[in-house]
Design a protein around this ligand. Structure first.
Ligand code: SAH
Length: 262
């Protein structure tokens, strides 16, 4: 694959969703963008097998925690991308799941566009979707749910955060499945708040490392959630799924992309 060379004109930045982990869940568009990039800025949650699709001469910059230090500050990542684009590079910003689901992709696009850089976005399969499917659970099985809510368990600093009580009441009356990202460390609080509007017996599944060989999951109830998470030793990255669709798990056959779980 050719690596585009600098022309003196601005390059482009493509935000690429790397999907939940399994490289076979990449889109063809994502694969092509990765192969064409001259510089890649890679998040923590992107698996090595996916980074390996980059062209041999491409520059790979890890901007997550795997360099041994804390994550690179967001403003610094944006600055690095901007200067690479200004040098005429073909930049790919490789992000876990979908770039526009809780990945701060929106902020990156705003920053780059304000600086006059052309930005493209390639969707990825978001982990909330893949985690549930990997258990064989149909997210909106019409016997159990009318819809689904993707919600973060981790508010931006200074933000008041999710109104879990209102959400629980709505999920109960409107029969919505809750798919909670970044919820494991705050599970006790989320559990207590959700119990204000949802029955303690509401089925819950927690899936860690969805679609990777290291995938593990538990099923429990809302009333027992936090205890079950610590007993099983589940940690980030995990998806918490709350709703009656989880009860379909027992009957459902595992989806082929659940490589190993339990
Ligand atoms: N943009 C990403 C989400 C980024 S927020 C997406 O669309 O998936 C990071 C959170 O995503 C993690 O804390 C976790 O809740 C979830 N996550 C990402 N990859 C995951 C995986 N393979 N298994 C389970 N949860 C995952």
């Amino acid at each position: 694959m050719n690596i585009p060379t600098s022309t003196g004109a601005n390059g482009t930045v493509t935000l690429v969703g790397a999907g939940p982990g399994d490289p076979e869940l990449l889109t063809l568009k994502a694969l092509k963008a990765i192969q064409n990039a001259s510089v890649l800025f890679v998040d923590d949650l992107v698996s090595d097998e996916i980074v390996a699709f980059a062209a041999p001469g491409a520059r790979i910059v890890y901007v997550g925690k795997r360099g041994g230090c804390k994550s690179t500050p967001q403003a610094f990542i944006e600055k690095l991308m901007l200067s690479a684009a200004r040098e005429g590079e073909t930049v790919v910003r490789l992000k876990g799941g979908d770039p526009f689901i809780f990945g701060r992709g929106g902020e990156e696009v705003e920053h780059l566009q304000a600086a006059g850089i052309q930005v493209n976005v390639v969707n990825g399969i978001t982990s909330g979707l893949a985690a549930v499917t990997s258990l064989g659970v149909p997210l909106t099985h019409r016997r159990h749910a009318h819809g689904v809510v993707f919600v973060t368990g981790h508010a931006k600093p200074g933000d008041i955060g999710t109104d879990w009580r209102a959400l629980a009441a709505t999920a109960h009356s409107a029969r919505l499945t809750l798919v909670i990202y970044m919820g494991v460390s705050g599970a006790k609080h989320i559990q207590n708040e959700l119990l204000a509007g949802l029955p303690a017996a509401t089925p819950v599944a927690v899936v860690q490392n969805a679609t990777l060989a290291s995938q593990r999951h538990i099923t429990t109830t809302l009333g027992a959630l936090a205890g079950a998470i610590s007993e099983a030793g589940l940690s980030s990255p995990s998806i918490i799924v709350v709703g009656d669709v989880v009860s379909a798990l027992a009957q459902a056959a595992a989806h082929p992309h659940a490589r190993r779980t339990g």
